[in-house]
Design a protein around this ligand. Structure first.
Ligand code: NAD
Ligand code: ZN
Length: 353
């Protein structure tokens, strides 16, 4: 996958003579990104389906809407579906394409930072069902994923930092050099636009994507190594679930923020259990306080959070919460089991900030 490679789109689409081109997007990506994409598609005709934005659209009804759309225009096996949007669109569109006629080709064109560095690669497609996130889905790789940083200029800042949290995760599990680079980037007080330009000019965006791709290529079905990508997510998912339970339904809970908070607590555990240098905890804490506010959880919720960790679908039956921890930056250790007392202490640290 390469940056700025939308010009290759026409090459990818050149064998479309027999099939048709379909684009799935949501109203925000349609407004801010479709005009840019159209320039690269040129004269190739396409059918467009625009759906409502937000996680609430990542469901079975929307899949049916996409299937109906493909069927309405008699899409054949040669058809290509472009998913233009954030992770909601790439997950939903990927799933609809993977199941229509037992699978047609799809191209992901992510328009959020989170989708660029995480959701649009790795081959996981899916939807939420009966209130359970990502419970129905497939492992199906896109034909290709095309990244263009200019799509990010109108992205809300919270969404930008949500994606940046996953970039910090990739650096922490894979590379001291990248970690230092991202630290400098985070602490240099750039404007929204400067920040996006720096993500591209310092190669930080490309490196982050490459880190995930390397891990996924070595362990596509999440048997071992891929678990390093769960760093920050055992505690992060518990916080996300707790916030979802207590939220008024209009409030949006950002996955990346929960992961960032989870990483702070899990670096704390790494310091206690694996002698990870304390400096890493201080650096990550500084980024959190500067950009990510504090989790809206209180100290009394520590028991509830620990219970939620036991329910996490990443655990095998009747198992204790499974953590990926760090011996140091770039040295992750999977399958770490930690006592409830230690988890409690890590949460106490997080909530005391
Ligand atoms: N498949 C995977 O491996 C994987 C990995 C991580 C996350 N995910 C999934 O990704 C989803 C989260 O992704 P997300 O954070 O991109 O959410 P999202 O797709 O809901 O996008 C967030 C918001 O940004 C808007 N938006 C998108 N592009 C924009 C742009 N360029 N300018 C302005 N606004 C824009 C969207 O309309 C939406 O309101 C979740 O459903 C999650 O389960 C999947
Ligand atoms: Zn994540």
């Amino acid at each position: 996958m390469m940056l700025h490679n939308l010009t290759f789109l026409s090459t990818q689409l050149s064998d479309l003579q027999k099939g048709q081109l379909f684009i799935l997007t949501d109203t925000n990506s349609a407004k801010y990104c479709l005009p840019i994409l159209s320039q690269f598609i040129g004269k190739i005709p396409y059918h467009l389906l625009t759906i409502e934005p937000g996680e609430k659209s990542k469901n079975l009804e929307s899949v049916q809407v996409v299937w109906d759309f493909l069927l309405k225009y008699r899409a054949t096996r040669e058809a290509i579906l472009i998913n233009l949007g954030g992770g909601m669109i790439t997950d939903l569109g990927g799933f609809a394409a993977a199941t229509y006629m037992r699978g047609i080709r799809f191209i992901n064109i992510p328009t959020t930072l989170l989708a660029m560095v995480d959701a649009s690669s790795g081959g996981k497609t899916g939807i939420d069902y009966q209130g359970v996130k990502n419970i129905i889905g497939t492992f199906t790789a896109p034909l290709t994923t095309l990244i263009h940083p200019n799509f990010l200029f109108k992205l809300p800042t919270t969404e930008l930092f949500s994606g940046f949290a996953e970039m910090l995760k990739h650096a922490l599990i894979a590379s001291k050099e990248e970690w230092i680079k991202l630290l400098q980037l985070a602490l240099s007080e750039l404007s929204h636009q400067q920040f996006i330009e720096a993500l591209s000019s310092t190669n930080a965006l490309q490196t982050s994507i490459t880190i995930k791709e390397k891990v996924v290529t070595q362990d596509p079905n999440e048997i071992g190594l891929r678990k390093i990508l769960n760093f920050g997510h055992t505690i992060g998912h518990a916080i996300e679930s707790a916030l979802l339970e207590q939220q008024n339904t209009l409030q949006h809970i950002s996955h990346g923020y929960c992961v960032l908070w989870g990483m702070v607590a899990e670096v704390y555990l790494s310091v206690v259990k694996l002698d990870c240098p304390r400096e890493v905890l201080q650096q990550l804490t500084q980024i959190m306080l500067q950009y990510y506010s504090r989790p809206q959880c209180n100290c009394e919720q520590r028991k509830q959070l620990i219970q939620l960790m036991y329910l996490d679908k990443k655990n095998s039956a009747n198992q204790k919460p499974n953590f990926t921890l760090l011996r140091a930056v770039g040295e992750p250790k999977i399958n770490q089991y930690v006592s409830e007392e230690d988890i409690d202490e890590a949460l106490e640290y997080l909530f005391s900030l």
